[in-house]
Design a binder for this molecule. Sequence first.
Ligand code: ADP
Length: 447
Amino acid sequence: MIKKILIANRGEIAVRILRACRDLDIQTVAVHSTADADAMYVRLADESVCIGPPQPRESYLNVPAVISAACITGADAIHPGFGFLSESATFAHMVEEHNLTFIGPKADHIAMMGDKIMARKTMAQLEIPVVPGSDRAATTLEKALLLAETIGYPLLIKAAGGGGGRGMKVAKSPADFPEAYEMARREASISFGNDRVYLEKYLERPRHIEFQIIADKYGNAIHLGERDCSLQRRHQKIWEEAPSTVISSAFRDEFGKKLASTIAKLGYVGVGTLEFLYENDQLFFIEMNTRIQVEHPITEMITGIDIIREQILVAGGKELSIGQEDISFKGHAIECRINAENPDTFIPSAGTVSNYHCPGGPGIRVDSALYDGCKIPPYYDSLIAKLIVHANDRSQCLARLRRALKEYVIDGVDTLIPLHMKLTDNKNIIDANFDIHFLETLCDNQL
Ligand code: ADP
């Protein structure tokens, strides 16, 4: 039985986890850097510990500091949120070594899926279709060129340890290949401390579709349907929807069940997201995220399930309280990521928030840690709030989204609100006619 959770994260996700803990009557410990001393999640937590200076490496990524904070406050579990230490198998292992519960899957599963070559191989062996590509690392340029010939151009060179859309380079033809290969390796080495890369067929007009799953340690696994996260900028999601307009309910049921049983076969415990690219009516696996995702609220809105609550319960050894037959999908939900960024250039914007006014009314949910006068430090990810809208169907959802965006006031820093406003009036968005390149092209053409 988990009684006290240390939240090894910051910002809106720390507040979101804290809320799930409150609903479960679980005590909370916040950890923070000196830059976040006045943050909302620190104020809301039952206890807080300063774990270091602003630089993530010295605070939120400082494993001894985080684990010591859990030990001195008597926490019995650590929730890593997303980003930071959430996908570190070493961290998960060390947490368990200190007799604390890691709220996430076993370290072995994090390591398996964190190595994207291994993840592809595992899924292919379990008969989940993967994007055509290499089943091993392309360790030298000569070997990589041979692999490239068998896969065909255009192709993508990707970092085995990749994440956050980094370490990915397109080669349109053999002439482009050597430079793209060297750049991908260099970027992978700098970003992930590991220069292993692999090759994938570059799909030209796919959608990004991902399935949410939850599994307990008794072999029960369920899926909560899919999310369409095709609207991206530099491979980073900006706007997500559930359900996807291109997935039929019969396909969702069949494919979702297949994924849930695959996850159960692996002995995976916790929440996870299987990411796919969708092209020509087919889904191809790209990777699995072994943690809660930024966009989980849209699934919560259409299923009525509190995913973080379930995540905490299964980590504490409870059996899943819901079966697949209990899950139904109601209406449509959209999440807009409100990043503190210039809406034209996407350059991050730090500062002090003023005149904060949060939208409300039917179907509106805002997950944020903002308040009037709060500081947006320059050291961290630029996501500051998520506007989540739910309605009976997609067109009502867009209408509510327009209303909410007009009400939303955040002064003092630049935000993506003006971009989202333009998107809600764009014909392709209204018609749900887009792929992963849509937003990039639109922004390049100045909307
Ligand atoms: P990361 O872990 O860095 O987020 P992913 O493998 O999840 O990397 O891919 C991120 C995004 O990059 C995808 O959502 C998609 O937009 C694009 N992408 C990835 N693989 C391919 C591919 N084979 N063809 C075309 N686009 C791709």
